[in-house]
Design a protein around this ligand. Sequence first.
Ligand SMILES: NC(=O)c1ccc[n+]([C@@H]2O[C@H](COP(=O)([O-])OP(=O)(O)OC[C@H]3O[C@@H](n4cnc5c(N)ncnc54)[C@H](O)[C@@H]3O)[C@@H](O)[C@H]2O)c1
Ligand SMILES: O=P(O)(O)OC[C@H](O)CO
Length: 336
Amino acid sequence: MNKIGVLGAGTWGTALSILLSDNGHDVTLWTKLEKEAKALEESRDNLKNLPGAKLPEDVKITLDLKEVCTDKDLIVMAVASPYVRATAKEASPYIKEGQIIVNVSKGIEEKTLLTLADVIREEIPQADIAVMSGPSHAEEVSRRIPTTIVVGSSSKKTAQFIQDIFMNEVFRVYTSPDMIGIELGAALKNVIALAAGIIDGLGMGDNTKAALMTRGIAEISRLGIKMGGCMETFAGLSGIGDLFVTCTSRHSRNRQAGYLIGKGLTLDEVIKEVNQVVEGVNTAKAALALAKKYDVEMPIVEQINLVLFEGKSPLDAATDLLVRDKRPEYKTLQWD
Ligand SMILES: NC(=O)c1ccc[n+]([C@@H]2O[C@H](COP(=O)([O-])OP(=O)(O)OC[C@H]3O[C@@H](n4cnc5c(N)ncnc54)[C@H](O)[C@@H]3O)[C@@H](O)[C@H]2O)c1
Ligand SMILES: O=P(O)(O)OC[C@H](O)CO
């Protein structure tokens, strides 16, 4: 049994708390939002965003950041990406030298273009930072539906420690040293998932969705490899695996947001309607800035930015992608 602090009592923080409690750990779940803490405490048997799941009585809910960090063997960072830096900064005084923090939030900081693990490292340099990601909708994890995920760390020992904590017969955890690849796959797939939703909203077909996903992972891996990630990761759980689930699942908020955009709603209307974090919207601008910085072609990311922030019609964006200049599928594959 380990003592674990989970930061962020949204859908994912809550589902992981259920899993960790199932695994026999002593779990404390923190939120900054009083309303959220109260609602969770009152409705443990009837969680709003996790139908059919229960938050065990032994999961402690707290608003006290010192309490959730002190004497914990592992801290899980599960707040939505825009709040990761502020939460890490506030938590830093309570984190000991070498204390392990695993980031499970998916995003890239817009201002700095840093991955979230790097953001946490800047704020809590004394911590041992890891990441965990993969095709894992909270709605299914909280109902013990078989799921696989990958933990990334620069230390094999840390990766295996986290693997042991989370793994059970319905939650299979792999390990990897490729932290940057895992984080980039996790963050960038959300932008492509918005496009997948738009395709559904426009009433296009399965061929179109498959094309988007395949060319989407090509974009993600082109950038990811230039930034130091490994091809295997983009072909793995935090690459194509998470892209697949997010582009196709009824649970995906990103896909749902894209669907509503495809149906003609404005971004503000969509954000209100979905009423949970839509990380692809947060990540789209950062992804475009990274494409420019690393001189990588990311046409889908470009078009999504135009649709989200410049008022371009989704249909015009889809058409512009289809009529781009002719090219080989992969420039690396040539005849001579
Ligand atoms: N939901 C999933 O299936 C899932 C799975 C894997 C990863 N993730 C990732 O986990 C992260 C959280 O997603 P979620 O589904 O829990 O989102 P959510 O919308 O359900 O919850 C977001 C949470 O962020 C926290 N928050 C809000 N304002 C805050 C503030 N000012 N300061 C600190 N914390 C604040 C709150 O706890 C809030 O509930 C995202 O990056 C998401 O991509 C989600
Ligand atoms: O609901 P989404 O679109 O934020 O996706 C959730 C997870 O990232 C799926 O792995």
